[in-house]
Write a protein that binds this ligand. Structure first.
Ligand code: PRP
Ligand code: HPA
Length: 185
């Protein structure tokens, strides 16, 4: 028996479900409708922030039934840990965005440093408007700037470390079919 695998099974078994898959699906339906209302006629470029956004993007894109293009970037500051540090750009944005509306998709707005930097970078590269959609908004007062919010938010979640639907715990459980809070020590 692989001890890492056993430990990860235990993490899921002991975690608290914050939102089950039907709650998440309803949230994604609502966010897709809100995005459609704003961007359906605007030919947006959708930027997927790897790796966390992979599940959210995979599920919301087919619900956006209008013309758009998709690109990806990878900016990370958690590095398989549960605390953020310096932002590292692993894949820089390269798609031409001058004068174009951009929609950024990510799994979670936690302290917000990652997405503040991503959005600033896209603005600096000349995007006309930069919209942000996140699956989860973590409720606390430690945001990169007071009152920071995405334009489109799926679920508000408590101030706990969560995993599932693209969010990882030490690199694992991005594939969990629900949003789970790690058991407090
Ligand atoms: O609001 P913040 O406190 O900045 O945290 C949010 C960011 O952290 C996670 O990425 P992570 O650094 O874990 O990289 P990954 O998506 O590659 O796992 C998540 O996908 C967000 O991009
Ligand atoms: O609570 C979290 N879970 C997973 N990834 C994260 N990145 C920032 N916060 C979190």
């Amino acid at each position: 028996m692989n001890p890492k695998v056993e430990a990860m099974r235990r993490v899921l078994a002991e975690a608290e479900c914050i939102a089950d898959s039907s709650q998440v699906q309803r949230a994604i339906d609502r966010v897709a409708a809100e995005i459609t209302e704003v961007l359906a006629e605007r030919d947006p470029l959708v930027y997927v922030v790897m790796k966390g956004a992979v599940v959210f993007a995979g599920q919301i894109l087919p619900r956006l039934r209008f013309p758009l293009e998709v690109a990806y970037l990878h900016a990370t500051r958690y590095h398989d840990t549960t605390a953020g540090s310096r932002l590292e750009w692993r894949v820089e944005p390269t798609a031409p965005i001058e004068g174009r509306p951009v929609l950024v998709l990510d799994d979670i707005l936690d302290e917000g440093y990652t997405l503040a930097a991503v959005m600033q970078r896209l603005r600096d590269e000349g995007a006309e408007d930069v919209y942000l959609a996140v699956l989860c908004h973590k409720l606390h007062e430690r945001k990169a700037y007071p009152g920071m919010r995405a334009h489109f938010t799926g679920l508000e979640i408590p101030d706990r470390y969560v995993f599932g639907y693209g969010m990882d715990y030490k690199g694992y459980w991005r594939n969990a079919d629900g949003i789970y809070a790690v058991r407090e020590p």
